[in-house]
Design a protein around this ligand. Structure first.
Ligand SMILES: [Zn+2]
Length: 229
C-alpha cells in the first residue's frame, strides 16, 4: 500500500503550496534531473516565463505522469497525470494545437457535452517540465480503469476501447463491479454479432473483472496493466 507514500506526497504538496515561485524555481534547478532532461541554461533563459507559470501551477517530477495513446492510436497526445496524494487517481490531458498547452479531458467533457460552462483546466509542458494547475475542480479518474483502456489501445483494439468508454464511467470512486458488468454485457452483445472474435479476448475480460474486484492501491508504474502480458 502507499499510505506512507501518500503522506509524503501530501507533505510535499503543502510545502509546495507555501513556496514562492522563486523558491520553487530554485528547487527545480537544484534537482533538475528529476523534472526534465533539459539543461539548466535553458531553464534560466526562460526564467521569467517559468516564474509566471509557478504562481498558479506546480511542477511535477518525471515519475508522476505517463504518456498514453489516443483513440486514433496517436502517441504523445495524451498525458496521464497522478494526483498528488493518491496514485489510484489520475487526470488525463489532451494535446492542444497551442504550443505547450494541454487541456483536462474531464473539464473539456463537462464543458463540451454537458454545457456546464466550467473553466477549462490546463497543463503546461515547458522545457520538458509538466506543470499542473493548483486549482482543479473536476473529479479525477480511476487509474486502473484508464490503464485498462490504454491496454486495449496498445493492443490496437480500438473497438474494445470505444466500447469501454461508452459503458464505463472512468470517474474515481464509481462502483467498479457495476462498471464491469456493463462492459461485459456490452461486449457479449457485440460477440454475438461477431463470431470470429478471439477467445483470448473473453479471457482478458474475465481478468479485468478479477482485477477490479481485487482493486488495491497502485503505487508504481510497474503495476501498469499494460505491462502485463
Ligand atoms: Zn479537469
Amino acid at each position: 500500500m502507499c499510505i506512507i507514500e501518500a503522506e509524503c506526497s501530501n507533505l510535499e504538496n503543502e510545502n509546495q503550496g507555501k513556496r514562492s515561485p522563486e523558491e520553487l524555481f530554485a528547487k527545480i534547478l537544484k534537482s533538475i534531473n528529476e523534472y526534465t532532461t533539459e539543461k539548466a541554461e535553458v531553464l534560466l533563459l526562460n526564467k521569467s516565463k517559468l516564474l509566471t507559470i509557478l504562481k498558479s501551477y506546480r511542477p511535477l517530477k518525471i515519475g508522476n505522469y505517463i504518456y498514453g495513446l489516443t483513440l486514433n492510436l496517436l502517441k504523445k497526445k495524451r498525458l496521464i497525470v497522478f494526483e498528488w496524494n493518491d496514485k489510484r487517481r489520475i487526470r488525463e490531458y489532451s494535446y492542444t494545437k497551442r504550443p505547450n498547452l494541454w487541456t483536462c479531458r474531464e473539464c473539456f467533457r463537462l464543458n463540451d457535452h454537458h454545457n456546464q460552462h466550467r473553466p477549462y483546466t490546463y497543463l503546461y509542458l515547458v522545457n520538458g517540465i509538466v506543470f499542473v494547475s493548483i486549482k482543479h475542480d473536476c473529479v479525477p479518474r480511476d487509474y486502473n480503469l484508464v490503464m485498462q483502456y490504454q491496454k486495449f489501445l496498445e493492443e490496437g483494439d480500438t473497438s474494445k476501447a470505444r466500447s469501454m468508454s461508452r459503458t464505463i464511467s472512468f470517474a474515481f470512486g464509481q462502483d467498479f463491479f457495476a462498471n464491469v458488468v456493463n462492459f461485459v454485457e456490452d461486449f457479449s452483445a457485440s460477440l454475438s454479432k461477431d463470431s470470429t472474435i478471439d477467445t483470448n479476448k473473453i479471457a482478458a475480460l474475465s481478468g479485468l473483472k478479477r482485477k477490479l474486484n481485487d482493486n488495491e492501491c497502485v503505487s508504481t508504474a510497474e503495476k501498469v496493466p499494460a505491462n502485463k502480458k
